[in-house]
Design a protein around this ligand. Sequence first.
Ligand SMILES: [Zn+2]
Ligand SMILES: [Zn+2]
Length: 130
Amino acid sequence: MKSQKLSKNEKVVLEVVKKSTGPIKAYTILSDVKKNGLKAPPQVYRALDKLIKKGKIHRIESKNAYLDCQNSKCKTSSKTAFSICQRCEKVTEILNTKLSKFLSSFKDDAGEEYLEYNLEFYGICKKCKS
Ligand SMILES: [Zn+2]
Ligand SMILES: [Zn+2]
């Protein structure tokens, strides 16, 4: 999954998401990629969509923003979890082997499997605690 080739647009968009220090909104990405000739919003949204499918970035639903994948072990971009600090709003991809394993084979009591998750854990980050 991770070795999939990226198109030129996808590379440009991924660079911007990676450069950002936290989750980045689509309109911020848009204004940033304009100087690279990516002027049409649909091009950017398409690139974001593809990058999510290729496991390069994640969408933080509650923030309506994007974050580059920080977990080389995260197998599918649609099944991972994030912690969000209630004070500084720092978003981190949760690295936990048990949780990853649990999520990748999660079924509910009726045996139903799910294609996507948007798990967000709220708390106070290390930096804000100290
Ligand atoms: Zn990830
Ligand atoms: Zn914090």
